[in-house]
Design a protein around this ligand. Structure first.
Ligand SMILES: *Cc1c(COP(=O)(O)O)cnc(C)c1O
Length: 344
């Protein structure tokens, strides 16, 4: 092994989907935007189809084309950014369902693809995407007369179950859609965990499938192994890495591994995490560089050829906490330099 390796457990992914599906009475889809949160839209979507997913969500039409190739012609693939200028050919060729966000998009869709399925995305308070209540009041008769296949909205604070915003958005979404005879979807991972009244007809988890919080029963899906390039002995008082931030207090052995912040192992992670040799933790010491990380392997009895930095004990959320970010950002930053392997 000469490059860092990402191992994605598709079996754990499928189990996470089934576990989330079991928590809701509604249908459960899957969000595979951003290359399935960095884990590979093709293999991930393929495994989810096998598990029973029939509705997929992506951020932009280009991503939908890649997912269509993996899942075949049956499943629905919906696009959060809706029908943007220049999207028409992609939407038609790959049978993608745009979730229409505005009057402008609605007009564009009806003119460019009059018989092509579409959904509606409503803004229930997040102020990011979707039609606001006033737009919707104006457009709803026109939109509903063309039979949308889905109405969605998104929660801003679902990872905080006690946040007042959840109930507020629920009531806005209901006020905008009660009585409408179109399937509705409000909940992502966090919304599934809020309980049944948030589930409506379709839930659409992302992060929980990939082993991230707020789904704390998730099985870890990703392992990251880093090859050791070199090992050296460091005497008491010597320092390691940029800025001399770590000083040896005992005669130490330092392993240098081949990955760094250019591989999504953010510089801000600093110390406080481990790299593992057959399950035994070894502290990461000194600053994380662009392509290199230094690890104190003094306590190992055997010289390691690689060290594991993500495993079932140290998760994407642990790295996120050390870096002051969220698991979503760690996952989607794991870059293109890794070789990827899939456990089926
Ligand atoms: C990303 C996203 C999701 C999935 O959210 P998770 O928190 O990853 O489950 C669902 N809906 C929309 C609109 C999104 O942007």
């Amino acid at each position: 092994m000469s490059t860092a390796r990402l191992t994605i457990n598709l079996h754990a992914l499928a189990r996470n989907w089934r576990a989330l599906d079991a928590k809701s009475a509604a249908e459960t889809g899957a969000v595979v935007k951003a290359d399935a949160y960095g884990l590979g839209a093709g293999p991930v979507s393929d495994a989810l189809v096998e598990a029973g997913v029939r509705k997929f969500f992506v951020a932009v039409a280009e991503e939908g084309a890649a997912v269509r190739e993996a899942v075949g012609s049956g499943p629905m693939i919906a696009v959060f950014s809706g029908h943007m200028e220049g999207d028409t050919d992609l939407l038609r060729q790959h049978s993608l369902v745009p979730l229409i966000n505005s009057a402008e998009q609605l007009l564009r869709h009806f003119e460019a693809l009059p018989d092509h399925p579409f959904g509606i995305q409503l803004d229930s308070g997040m102020n990011r995407l979707g039609m606001e209540p006033a737009d919707w009041a104006e457009l709803r008769d026109k939109a509903l007369s063309r039979k949308p296949v889905l109405i969605t909205s998104h929660l801003a604070c679902a990872d905080e179950p006690d946040h007042a915003m959840n109930a507020k958005q629920l009531s806005v979404f209901k006020a905008m859609t009660d009585g409408v005879k179109v399937p509705r979807s409000l909940a992502a991972t966090g919304g599934i965990l809020l309980g049944r009244e948030y589930h409506f007809d379709l839930c659409r988890p992302g992060i929980g499938l990939y082993g991230g919080m707020p789904f704390d029963e998730a099985r870890p899906v990703v392992k990251v192994d880093l090859p050791v390039i070199q090992i050296r002995d460091v005497a008491v008082g010597e320092t390691v890495g940029y800025g001399n931030t770590w000083t040896a207090r005992r005669p130490s052995r330092i392993a240098t591994v081949a990955a760094g912040y250019a591989d999504g192992l953010h510089r801000a992670i600093g110390g406080g995490i481990d790299a593992f040799a057959s399950g035994q933790p070894c502290p990461v010491v000194g600053r994380i560089s662009m392509d290199l990380i230094t690890v104190d392997v003094t306590d190992l009895t055997k010289t390691p050829t690689s060290l594991r930095i993500l495993n079932g004990h140290q998760t994407v959320d642990d790295l996120a906490e050390a870096a002051g970010t969220i698991g979503y950002e760690i996952l989607t930053s794991l870059g293109s330099r890794y070789s990827r392997g899939y456990v089926e």
